[in-house]
Design a protein around this ligand. Structure first.
Ligand code: CO
Length: 401
């Protein structure tokens, strides 16, 4: 195993872990304990252990067809979000679509309007990529004075999957894009016919027509049988249940790019087409709502991501931002994907304020809350990416700050 911290740190860590585990009992009694009972039979589709309870959190409203469910980031390992725990954002419920009947229309400013069946799309050369997906409203509680009581409720509208599909550019080239086309309009097959305008340049670059997620077909709530996956851009633009791509000259100014998903500035103007998700990180352990049993060794860990490529560095502060130390980043680090950071730490039992700060490969540094508000005011509901502190109290409880 490659251990990137210094040898001195490693020796300190070994001492810490040995100390922490000294209380564990060593006994041979377990070897011959109890009767042997035949276990469960084979099954066609696996389920997790009945002892595992981690779940998406649902809104408290009665209407669950229009809203968000949030990923339990505090329980996550590594960089992949299980499909069953990927956050959801629906505007008109999850449509039940038979892939045998689903069609994708490509039309507008093209030489040859085309209609594809799912079988035809799956016959084309495919690629698989690991990408995060984040709602631009994620961690929006940061704008206000009352932060959410857990990392799930503050940051749970981001997830990361391996997506499989066909580059959209392949189908657009097949249809023959006319020179006048500068944007595309993507439309879903849900009841609200979710629409977004997207610059053609991005569509010809790395947008994926995804039908696979984490090794199997997309989950219905993730757009089955076909969705757009726009790497690094706000999740709303990655239209699910994709039924139509129209080549157009200018954006259509649909609801979700005018009255929604724009960012109101202090002077009353609005930022529009703010697609790219800026670098963000958050500590998932220890995080608000958790409790540490007592002083001793802990691995501080969390996730970082950026819509501008790879995460270059994540630092941890355990003293309210006075000092910052580099963390170990899980390799390989994929572009536009979650990066897991880890930091060995010995808690002395005193109150501590813990936070992470990400820097991406462009040199962009995740801002503090004050820096972000100085630049953008507090009228925006979207694109909050400020540093998120958690307070560890002397009794071991962790709260928001
Ligand atoms: Co935006």
């Amino acid at each position: 195993m490659k251990f990137p911290t210094s040898r001195r740190r490693f020796l300190e860590l070994t001492t810490a872990v040995t100390g922490a585990l000294a209380g564990c009992k060593r006994t041979g009694a377990q070897e011959d304990e109890g009767p042997r009972i035949i276990g469960q039979p084979l099954s066609k589709y696996g389920e997790r252990s009945v002892f595992e309870k981690s779940a998406r959190s649902l809104p408290t409203t009665k209407i669950l067809e229009n809203g968000s469910s949030l990923t339990p980031l505090q329980d996550s390992y590594g960089i992949i979000t299980p499909s069953a725990l990927h956050y959801e954002r629906h505007h008109a419920g999850v449509p039940a679509i038979n892939p045998a009947e689903h069609r994708l229309l490509i039309h507008g400013l093209v030489e040859r309007p085309l209609i594809f069946t799912m079988d035809e799309i799956r016959r084309l050369p495919s690629i698989s990529r690991i990408y995060f997906l984040e709602c631009s409203g994620n961690s929006r509680d940061g704008w206000g004075a009352k932060p959410a009581p857990s990392v799930q409720l503050s940051h749970g509208m981001v997830s990361c999957s391996e997506w499989t599909g066909v580059p959209l550019s392949l189908l657009l080239s097949e249809a023959g894009v006319r020179p006048a086309a500068k944007w595309i309009l993507a439309e879903g097959a849900d009841a609200c016919k979710m629409q977004r305008s997207i610059p053609l340049e991005k569509a010809m670059n790395d947008i994926l027509l995804a039908y696979g997620q984490n090794g199997e077909a997309l989950r219905p709530e993730q757009g089955y049988p076909l969705r757009l996956l726009i790497p690094g851009w706000e999740g709303n633009a990655s239209v699910k249940w994709l039924r139509r791509v129209k080549l157009i000259e200018e954006p259509y100014m649909v609801r979700d790019e005018t009255s929604k998903y724009t960012d109101l500035m202090p002077d009353g103007t609005a930022r529009q087409f703010t697609f790219v998700m800026d670098a963000k990180s958050v500590v998932t352990f220890p995080s608000a709502g958790q409790k540490l049993p007592g002083p001793g060794f802990y691995e501080i860990t969390g996730l970082a991501w950026t819509g501008r490529g790879r995460i270059e560095r994540v630092e941890i502060s355990t003293d309210s931002g006075a000092n910052w130390q580099r963390t170990e980043l899980q390799e390989p680090r994929f572009s536009l994907a979650f990066t897991r950071f880890r930091f060995p730490w010995r808690w002395d039992g005193h109150e501590a304020v813990i936070a992470s700060r990400a820097t991406d490969e462009t040199g962009y540094v995740q801002p503090s809350k004050d820096e972000l508000i100085a630049a953008r005011g507090v009228s925006s509901d979207y694109h909050y990416n400020g540093i998120r502190p958690w307070k560890l109290m002397a009794n071991g409880r962790v709260t928001n700050v």
